[in-house]
Design a protein around this ligand. Structure first.
Ligand code: P6P
Length: 339
């Protein structure tokens, strides 16, 4: 099946990578294994969501007598369960929970906070569109802030020690970075292991796709409509195609591998954008930059934003160097910073 290839599991890769963490004694790889375990649990449910719905809709319970759970609730509980058992974790924060959950918070072994969106795009499940899990890992602050939950969680994305996502698509792929490049692992369902399939991913310097919800173009502020028009008219030297799945992780994963640009701008309905900074834009921006791409909120680098609230939203423009420089040149405030 894999003649001659060297098979590397994500666990082996994490152990090799974690030597980059001073003093790490395997706790970091143990933490990340909590995420991969939860991802396997989630994907097994996502893969049979339609069946679950069918069974659950018959008599409010499925054939095992379980009360049917919404998938995003299930995904959240899977991550909470798998991660709360990791001694190195002091805080878990989720899109599904209003407040961060402190676990093992007072223990000196609790060095990391994990912030996640357990199932981004879950509204697409019932039409069988790819969905994803995103995660961001922050180190406990030093000094007096070390016992302040908010200070621990509300750190700029540039302080992330690791980040990544899982996309539940035609295959299930985990993409992560610990600051040493971006690597992708494909789940081999027969074995139940994530195997290295995309080592050292580099985002192409220019792509042929742009990705945005053009239904909002009349609600977008300048320069978004004009920029999108420029792409359509081939002003970046090549014709572009539009690709928009409406599931950020899937739309970004294509941008990471093929290049191009993904834009979720401010709109009249969402003046600060729709996507969440801490657990959507920050992990995506970390991955993008590690792969040679750029990520801004339309004006500034995503990873430089100082968060003020856990669920705050932000516009997100992320993609290849060429498209992102062209966009920045279209934004007066940024044109100065770029040139
Ligand atoms: P719209 C999914 O609900 C999500 O949070 C992201 O995954 C996706 O990029 C965005 O919303 C889609 O939003 O307004 O285009 O439907």
């Amino acid at each position: 099946m894999y003649e001659g290839q060297q098979l590397r599991t994500v666990q082996q890769h994490i152990l090799q990578e974690q030597t980059r963490f001073p003093g790490a004694t395997g706790e970091f790889s143990w933490l990340l294994s909590g995420i991969t375990l939860a991802a396997k649990m989630i994907q097994s449910k996502v893969r049979r969501a339609g069946l679950t719905d069918l069974l659950g809709s018959m008599d409010q319970t499925n054939v095992q007598g379980e009360v049917q759970q919404k998938l995003d609730v299930y995904s959240n509980e899977a991550l909470m369960h798998c991660l709360s058992l990791r001694q190195s974790i002091g805080i878990l924060a989720s899109e599904e929970n209003e407040r961060p959950i402190t676990v093992n918070f007072k223990s000196p072994s609790a060095k990391y906070a994990v912030i996640f969106d357990p199932l981004d795009g879950s509204s697409n499940i019932d039409v069988n569109v790819s969905v994803g899990t995103t995660f961001s890992i922050l180190r406990r602050p030093e000094g007096e802030d070390s016992t302040d939950v908010e200070k621990w969680v509300l750190q700029p994305g540039a302080t992330q020690v690791a980040a990544g996502y899982v996309v539940y698509g035609s295959s299930t792929i985990l993409v992560y970075s610990v600051g040493n490049g971006v690597h992708g692992f494909t789940l081999e369902p027969g074995v139940g292991a994530f195997l290295l399939s995309h080592e050292s991913i580099k985002m192409p310097s220019q792509g042929t796709y742009y990705s945005t919800n053009e239904g909002y173009v009349n609600q977008m502020p300048a320069p978004y409509p004009e920029f999108i028009q420029d792409l359509r008219q081939g002003k970046l030297g090549r014709p572009y195609s539009a690709r928009y799945i409406g599931s950020m992780v899937a739309d970004f994963h294509r941008t990471l591998l093929k290049g191009g640009i993904f834009l979720y701008p401010p709109t009249e309905a969402q003046s600060s954008g729709k996507l969440r900074l801490l657990y959507e834009a920050n992990p995506i921006a970390f991955i993008a930059e590690q792969a040679g791409g750029i990520a801004t909120d339309g004006n500034q680098r995503i990873l430089d934003i100082q968060p003020t609230t856990i669920h705050q939203r932000t516009p997100l423009v992320v993609g290849s160097q060429v498209e992102m420089q062209a966009f920045a040149n279209a934004v007066p405030a940024m044109a100065e910073s770029v040139n």
